[in-house]
Design a binder for this molecule. Structure first.
Ligand code: GLN
Length: 189
């Protein structure tokens, strides 16, 4: 029997438990990552949603920032995880003032969908087919370099991108019953 892919989920803060459930539903093995040693046993890593400022400071404290930057395997960031993967914040809150991993050549705008619609669910057309995403004080991708592929938009905003083996979504597929993005991610792991 082929070994089930071991997908680590960064578990310092945020909705990591929901990702672990989605990984299992998609046929993988999900486990919590809090140390560089745990990261080293993963076939791929998910950076969950939560509060990107908090997670960024905790990454440095746990020595995980450098370990993630050196991790050569697939990484997927959702929402706050997308912000952490970005090179820069281009507008508004915390521009230039919070620690980022800088692994994706993108700029993001945080909390970009306005107060009236802090949280909503939407059907998004993506290169993996249509998926349902939950947006919670979500960012969007405001700039991207030539090596970044745009894989999905919501209205006119870029919300799903890939650069090499790094994937980022502004929304939370782990808060829906639809495991299709998790399945696509695990297949690449
Ligand atoms: N607004 C959060 C941030 O900027 C992200 C929200 C989320 O991950 N759902 O970090």
């Amino acid at each position: 029997m082929e070994h089930r892919k071991r997908i680590g989920v960064l578990a310092l803060q945020g909705d990591y438990e929901a990702h672990i459930k989605s990984i299992v539903a998609a046929g993988g093995e999900g486990f919590e990552v809090r140390t560089p040693g745990e990261l080293a046993t993963a076939d791929a890593l998910i950076l969950p949603g939560g509060e990107s400022t908090t997670i960024g400071y905790l990454l440095a404290r746990f020595g995980l920032d450098k370990a993630i930057q050196a991790f050569q395997k697939p990484i997927w960031g959702t929402c706050a995880g997308m912000i952490l993967l970005a090179k820069r914040i281009t507008e508004g809150e915390k521009q230039g003032g919070q620690p980022l991993l800088g692994l994706l050549d993108i700029g993001v705008v945080r909390n970009a969908f306005g107060r009236q619609i802090d949280s909503f669910e939407a059907r998004i057309e993506t290169s993996f087919g249509p998926v349902t995403g939950v947006f919670i004080r979500a960012p969007y991708v405001s700039e991207w370099g030539p090596s970044v592929e745009v894989l999905g938009r919501y209205e006119d905003r870029v919300v799903l991108v890939r650069q090499g083996n790094i994937l980022a979504s502004a929304f939370h597929p782990e808060l829906t019953e639809d495991p299709s993005l998790h399945r696509a991610f695990i297949e690449r792991a």
